[in-house]
Ligand binder design. Structure first.
Ligand code: SF4
Ligand code: SF4
Length: 314
């Protein structure tokens, strides 16, 4: 039998839906492609978004639950977020709603919307935010929403990023997870920022906070029974599984801001299954053989991969 290289601490019996919802964002990070935050692509129609939830529940009915990860540009700008969040749980209250946010909404906003949001990942864009304000705000909300902090390690202001990281490490509530996020030259692109070897080592050696969540989310991944250190894999540029069978499409699915449904976040760009305006397609449920020398994002890295797989593939 082929060797399973990565496994999950909790078997991954869920489908992870990475949904890039719009290009509406109140920030203007220089390492973010203009088209990701140009405010031109609006959020989806609420009825279409609800149809997507039904489709995912149906197509992946053998899974325990669906994990909706809303991003792009800033998902808290969606006026139908509350209605959508409620709908995600309507037919399966194990379903998870997670937001990837820059955290700028007020404490009052987070309290008002906390009921159906399970978890948020706060991307700390150091050049544009005040770390004390962010830490205070999310320490206050931590009993209502599970929170992860990721400090975006901008190479141009690396020392300030370390300063922010250390402040967060010292002052964040222990329920909150904290880790550094190495950046690409452009978000979504293949090339890592030009960190020096010393900067890479510093990132690898930063102590992380592991947090304490109200529920378990089916990660982290294990290799030889040890948690996979994703920061190390990225900074060592070891995120390469060319030739391996990859479970994107089976464990993870991606929806672009134009409504295209794809199996991976940035790889296989032409493998479009359909569009959310017409959900009549079937999801193939076969692994794909990776043909890339870099695996682009955390969601994709966290997807099961098997070397020397001999079963059917796409
Ligand atoms: S990186 Fe995120 S917060 Fe920054 S401009 Fe792009 S979408 Fe907005
Ligand atoms: S690049 Fe795509 S196919 Fe290759 S390992 Fe990553 S997610 Fe899988």
């Amino acid at each position: 039998m082929e060797k399973l290289i990565f496994t999950h601490a909790i078997p991954r019996n869920h489908i992870f839906v990475d949904w890039d919802m719009s290009s509406i964002c109140n920030y203007d990070c220089y390492y973010c492609n203009e088209e990701i935050h140009d405010n031109k692509v609006k959020f989806p129609d609420i009825q279409i978004a609800k149809n997507v939830v039904d489709k995912i529940n149906l197509e992946y009915k053998d899974k325990d639950y669906a994990y909706f990860n809303l991003l792009g540009g800033e998902p808290t700008a969606w006026k139908h977020l509350d209605e959508f969040s409620y709908y995600v749980k309507k037919d399966n209250n194990k379903n998870v709603l997670q937001l990837l946010t820059n955290g700028t909404r007020s404490l009052q906003w987070w309290k008002k919307h906390a009921e159906y949001i399970d978890k948020i990942i706060v991307s700390v864009h150091v050049a544009q935010c005040n770390i004390e304000e962010l830490v205070n705000k999310f320490n206050t909300i931590v009993n209502e929403i599970d929170v992860d902090f990721q400090i975006a390690m901008d190479v141009k202001i690396f020392d300030k990023c370390i300063e922010y990281y250390n402040y967060a490490f010292k002052n964040l509530d222990n329920k909150i997870t904290l880790r550094p996020k190495p950046l690409k030259v452009l978000i979504g692109g293949p090339e890592l920022m030009p960190y020096t070897d010393q900067q890479k080592r510093i990132m690898q050696e930063l102590s992380e906070k592991h947090g304490k969540k109200s529920r378990k989310y089916g990660s982290p991944m294990l290799q030889d029974n040890n948690p996979v250190d994703v920061v190390k894999i990225i900074t060592n540029e070891e995120n390469n599984w060319e030739g391996w069978a990859c479970w994107i499409g089976i464990e993870t699915i991606n929806i672009t801001r134009y409504g295209d449904v794809k199996i991976g976040a940035w790889c296989n760009p032409h493998l479009v299954l359909g569009n959310i305006k017409d959900l009549s397609f079937k999801i193939p449920m076969k692994p794909v053989i990776c043909k890339y020398d870099t695996c682009g994002c955390w969601t994709d890295i966290h997807t099961t991969k098997i070397k020397n797989y001999v079963g059917a593939t796409l």
